[in-house]
Design a binder for this molecule. Structure first.
Ligand SMILES: Nc1nc2c(ncn2[C@@H]2O[C@H](COP(=O)(O)OP(=O)(O)OP(=O)(O)O)[C@@H](O)[C@H]2O)c(=O)[nH]1
Ligand SMILES: [Mg+2]
Length: 230
């Protein structure tokens, strides 16, 4: 297996569509998923670099693994469901702290998935079309999370990381809305992130061995007679 040069990690609550986004990008299709157990990764060749993209489990029982997956990450994609304000809140309350183990210059992207389930009634109510302000429009639902809410979260992340807005990509550039189901903006999301990750990979390589864990290097510890590990 090729050794990854850099690492991108998808984090977010269960059911927001992390696995579906990754399938859509890597396999160009949408298929039924099962809730992720632990984590899994894909390798993506990007120019001369191999980037590992880690899909993590959103379920609470796997929460402890999150910071291990984030170790040395060059980018973290914080994913929520545009139809669930709670899934955005969880990013701040439950997932942000997991990124403490990421690279110091880690890039953050915030992604609102499942936009296909919403329609233009997500926009502020139109006084001329009061029916559009209803909580649902036909089979589509009103978007629960506004783009501004995601931008506000991005700014909170910068504060948490003690980063200056002028030293990092603009919030508007790093907040995305996608649909894994239709493919809307999925390639754009990953490719924007990869472009930004390349300089971080270059720096990480210049500074020494990558901080990513190569699971092919894993050798089980020898057991001694007393049962301890040697
Ligand atoms: N309509 C719609 N459904 C989606 C979209 N993305 C994912 N889903 C559905 O949402 C459900 C959860 O998707 P997953 O990709 O498994 O979610 P996850 O974030 O990986 O969940 P965990 O692995 O439990 O953390 C599945 O039924 C998907 O088919 C989308 O863009 N639009
Ligand atoms: Mg999953």
């Amino acid at each position: 297996m090729k050794k990854p040069d850099g690492k991108v990690v998808l984090l977010g609550d269960m059911n927001v569509g992390k696995t579906s986004l990754l399938h859509r990008y890597m396999e160009k299709r949408f298929q039924e998923t099962v809730s992720t157990v632990g984590g899994a990764f894909y390798l993506k060749q990007w120019g001369p670099y191999n980037i590992s993209i880690w899909d993590t489990a959103g379920r609470e029982q796997f929460h402890g693994l999150g910071s291990m997956y984030c170790r040395g990450a060059a980018a973290v994609i914080l994913t929520y469901d545009v139809n669930s304000l709670q899934s955005l809140t969880e990013l701040e309350e439950r997932f942000l702290a997991l990124t403490d183990s990421a690279s110091a210059d880690c890039i953050f992207a915030i992604v609102g998935n499942k936009v296909d389930l919403t329609d233009d009634c997500a926009l502020p109510p139109d006084e001329n079309r009061p029916e559009k302000s209803a909580a649902s429009c036909g089979s589509k639902v009103r978007k629960q999370v506004r783009a501004e809410d995601a931008i506000a979260l991005y700014k909170k992340i910068l504060k948490y990381k003690m980063l200056d807005e002028k030293d990092v990509p603009a919030a508007e550039k790093m907040c995305f809305e996608t649909s894994a189901k239709t493919g809307y903006k999925v390639d754009y999301l990953f490719e924007t992130v990869f472009e930004m990750v390349v300089p971080i990979i270059v720096r990480q390589k210049a500074e020494g061995p990558p901080q990513t864990v190569d699971i092919t290097d894993y050798k089980p510890a020898k057991r001694t007679k007393s049962g301890c590990c040697a």
